[in-house]
Design a protein around this ligand. Structure first.
Ligand SMILES: [Zn+2]
Length: 347
């Protein structure tokens, strides 16, 4: 039988949570084995709020990457009012700090240091706009009066449009978009791109809630409707350079996921690329996967494209895939909504 394979430029992950300490050691191999680079989020127990903390964290990560692995960690700073204009100027030509991340207060894990009034940061946005530093945004309001399924759309209307109006040349990545509204918005704005996760491309809120609750699909921003999911699939498979992969892979041990107040976050790094290939294949868009996972993000971040290619092979029968990984605090479930997986990386 003819061998079916797909060669693509080495993929990148433009949004990942690698955590720290033992958890970092447990999850990092799945990122450096599958991606050429990753943008690493700064929401640690002590958030990465300045260059010095980012450099220490970078060194902690690099220590764990084996010689010969072709992987570059790109770092982010957590936006707080302790960040100075000078520090932002340094970020603009820093070797590996590539974005400043804005979390609305309380939007996700360890985001209590996030911001509540965006206008407090306008003096910093001004420098970022001038120096071409990218603002990466968790795009949800956190007002408890706003329904959890509406928080992204309200953020776009009430906050993001104001920021863009004030800073039309500020480069922005709206992270992990979840809705048809967000896709439409990105298509209309010239300086704004978006990351999309694999879970928002593959599952919807019915799958999470309608036949018993599925804590392993619980994430922030929360899954939306099938209509929204299809709009995201359309965006990802369009080849449009404004959409690229950010897995938002965010590991939590089982005991924290399956609890009376379970944590938001999905661990998706291990199977991200094979599952995506399968999804793109189902949508007859295999030729569009390379822009989405390899090219568009690098172009937006102004980085040279990778040169080397990675081969994925389609097996004639479904393959045995990793279900979870172990850590000393318990197991971490690997995201996989498919019953059968056919694609894998060729060694
Ligand atoms: Zn995230």
């Amino acid at each position: 039988m003819e061998k079916i394979f797909l060669d693509i430029l080495r993929p990148d992950d433009w949004h990942v949570h690698l955590r720290e300490g033992e958890m970092l050691s447990s999850v990092l191999p799945f990122t450096y084995e599958n991606f050429g680079s990753a943008l690493i989020m700064p929401n640690l127990d002590t958030p990465i709020t300045n260059i010095s903390l980012a450099e220490t964290y970078y060194n902690e990560i690099c220590k764990r990457i084996p010689r010969g692995a072709e992987f570059t960690p790109n770092m982010t700073l957590y936006l707080t009012n302790h960040l100075s204009k000078d520090e932002i100027k340094k970020v603009s030509n820093h070797e590996y700090i590539k974005a400043i991340k804005m979390y609305p207060k309380g939007a996700t894990t360890n985001s209590d240091a996030g911001i509540s009034d965006f206008k407090d940061f306008y003096h910093l946005f001004e420098v970022m706009e001038e120096k071409g530093v990218i603002l990466s945004i968790h795009g949800e309001v956190t007002d408890e009066k706003i329904d959890v399924f509406e928080r992204e759309s309200v953020f776009i209307e009430k906050v993001l449009k104001k920021i863009i109006k004030q800073f039309p040349n500020l480069k922005i990545v709206l992270e992990h978009i979840t809705s048809a509204d967000a896709v439409k918005f990105i298509n209309e704005e010239s300086m704004v791109a978006a990351t999309i996760t694999i879970h928002h491309l593959m599952v919807n809120r019915n799958i999470m809630l309608s036949k018993g609750i599925r804590p392993d699909f619980y994430c922030a921003p929360i899954l939306k409707t099938e209509y929204d999911r299809l709009a995201l699939v359309q965006a990802a498979t369009s080849g449009n350079c404004k959409f690229f992969l950010g897995t938002d892979s965010a590991p939590h041990v089982e005991g924290k996921k399956i609890a009376s107040c379970g944590c938001a976050g999905i661990f998706s790094s291990p199977l991200a690329i094979p599952l995506l290939i399968q999804l793109f294949e189902e949508h007859s868009s295999l030729e569009k996967i390379e822009p989405f996972v390899s090219r568009n993000g690098r172009a937006f971040y102004g980085l040279r494209q990778h040169k080397d290619r990675v081969r994925y092979v389609k097996r004639p029968k479904s393959i045995e895939v990793i279900k979870d990984i172990k850590s000393s605090h318990g197991k971490i479930t690997v995201f996989n909504p498919y019953n059968e997986v056919y694609w894998e990386k060729e060694d």
